[in-house]
Write a new protein. Structure first.
Length: 113
C-alpha cells in the first residue's frame, strides 16, 4: 500500500493528510472536513490547479486567471495559450479565452485597463 503525506489547501486549517492508495481503494486520514478527503483523493488521481498569469495589452500587462482549476499536467500548455494573446484593451471580468484547451475553464481578466 502506497502512503502519501499532503497538506490540505482547501481551507485555512491546512490539515496534514495521509492518503493511502492500493489497487482497490483510496483512503484519506487527518482531514477535519469532507473537503480534505476530496482534495486528498483528487491530488493522487488527477491533481488540479488554478492558473494566474498576465496578458499583454496595448496599455501594458493585465492580470488574468482561469475560472476554475485545470489539470496540473496542463498548466504549462494553458500558460502558452495565454502568452499568445495580444489585446488592445480589456476590462475586468472579460473572457479572453473561452474553454481554454477544452478544459472547461475560461481565461478572464482580473484588472481594468
Amino acid at each position: 500500500m502506497e502512503k502519501i503525506e499532503l497538506t490540505c489547501i482547501m481551507c485555512p486549517l491546512g490539515c496534514q493528510l495521509v492518503v493511502s492508495k492500493d489497487k482497490n481503494a483510496i483512503t484519506v486520514t487527518g482531514n477535519n472536513c469532507q473537503r480534505g478527503e476530496i482534495f486528498g483523493k483528487e491530488e493522487v488521481t488527477c491533481p488540479m490547479r488554478m492558473v494566474t498569469s498576465s496578458v499583454k495589452t496595448s496599455k501594458g500587462v493585465k492580470a488574468c486567471r482561469t475560472t476554475k482549476p485545470v489539470p496540473k499536467s496542463m498548466v504549462f500548455d494553458v500558460m502558452k495559450e495565454i502568452e499568445k494573446l495580444r489585446l488592445k484593451s480589456v476590462k475586468f471580468g472579460e473572457v479572453v479565452i473561452k474553454n481554454v484547451l477544452n478544459t472547461g475553464a475560461d481565461i478572464v481578466i482580473t484588472a481594468n485597463d
